[in-house]
Write a protein that binds this ligand. Sequence first.
Ligand code: AMP
Length: 609
Amino acid sequence: MTTDPAADLPFYYGSISRSDAEEYLKLAGMADGLFLLRQCLRSLGGYVLSVVWNVEFHHYSVEKQLIGTYCIAGGKSHCGPAELCEFYSKDPDGLVCTLRKPCLRSPDVPIKAGVFDNLRENMLREYVRQAWNLEGEAMEQAVISQAPQLEKLIATTAHEKMTWYHGKIPRQEGERRLYSGAQPDGKFLIRDREESGTFALSLMYGKTAYHYQILHDKSGKYSMPEGTKFDTVWQLVEYLKMKPDGLVTVLREPCVNNTTKQTPVLPSGRRQRTNGYTPPPGVPLGGSKEVTASPPTERQMLPMDCNEFANPYHDPNDLKKFFINRDQLMIDEVELGSGNFGCVKKGVFKTQKGHTDVAIKVLKSENEKLVKEEMMREAEIMHQLSNPYIVRMLGLCEAESLMLVMEMAAAGPLNKFLSTKKDTVTMENIVGLMHQVSMGMKYLEEKNFVHRDLAARNVLLVNQQFAKISDFGLSKALGADDSYYKARTAGKWPLKWYAPECMNFHKFSSKSDVWSFGITMWEAFSYGGKPYKKMKGPEVISFIANGNRMECPPGCPDRMYALMKDCWTYKHEDRPGFVKVEERMRAFHYSISNKTLPEGTADIAEPLK
Ligand code: AMP
């Protein structure tokens, strides 16, 4: 995620100062049109182009725009820094001259890392940690799947989560708080200014409190008077910890706000969550919700707002508990679905930590033995998996019948959901959901499991923004040295979802799951359409063998159709794996999500990546 798109350019120096840039240009001879590129500190992801003309230096700021493109103020947009430089090497378009000669970085000069290189990602992580109390793998998954949404939240509200933020308090109260307790130089707080709706910084130095107004310009940037401008208050604070930028001292120790519901990060375990918000219309609220993030009444629900995101096994000992006592379960009469094995019912799982809504797969008591074994196998597979984008098993219960207890995905199968909600589900929404599915599948691939039944009917939704892969009835764990599973006999197989090698040689691998992912994408982008229309399984086999593929669903973005077709590469050796598939889903997801900022934040929220 951290790759700097300019990192490969031989004339890119990273985060060097203006005077260093001028030194390098002098050393390289000061020819007209000599140029180099360096990182810009002020805007996240931005650059500065330094050019020589007439023995003078000219520095042009290259802004990264909201949709991920780059431009010099007043100039055309370009998809990357390389493309931008190439453009200006042919056309000055307002610069003093064309870029004629790159000032090459010598091999012994490394690209200088910038102060925000890690901060960008750390901001996302820190925010997820603070707001949802997620750690480790769950935090990584949250950051990857929701980066664009998190960036928007951070740009607009992140300071509210910080211990140094004191909300709307008068200057006198700010002073009182600074003077209480120890008063080291650099102790600081940020408060809302009462009259103007802007922020103020109160800072302790030599036992005296100083107050500064934080400017907020028309384009939404924050700065100290005549200081460096930033996209967010948080960044400004981080910067002022390093450089005084006109203040009496750099910021050091935050004056911690103890008055609001600041939720410090606990060293281990999950923080007690507070409850009691109403989700936006149309967003079902499953289970016993406990939410720490700001109540998402105004904003779209994020997967992390749901209990089903984090691993429910808080206590590692819980992992060992494969079996659930019958008295911990309440089974509802409501049927969520059914299959050959029996039916899936709604229920409640009671533990010391509270009650959770669950889905319970109840085995029909008749066809016992074989189906029972199948269900045990499914449970064994599910027990080994824990990822936010995979339905987790909570346990198995042997009572009036064998029951598999799972996390509840209340909004049901993706194909049904989409076919009934065509008008309310946007293409961006589908891309986000399919990106989550690709993350779940990447996890399975990593763990060496093959799903063998990936299809839109087996992608269940917790809500409109949160998808989970389900139904591990056909899944297999591969041996450490195996790359595929060979089925001895063909069974009742979902042929339309299967890759050629599955039908021809009964060989199943993560690559054949990739083929199924392509079909699932097609189903999703056609809002629950039926693949290959009325064709029968054997007809599909020859259709594929003859080089045909399904057409692009109406309105489906070209980049998504191109990915589907790559998933349908005939030879599994040439087909991408889930690492690649997820990367492409992610890139597209990020590129379109940045376009849909909430109103009024367009100038504030610079994409962080
Ligand atoms: P399955 O045989 O696992 O595909 O389950 C059959 C049907 O039961 C699915 O199509 C869903 O409608 C429903 N179902 C299965 N698992 C769940 C779950 N964890 N949460 C909600 N509904 C479920």
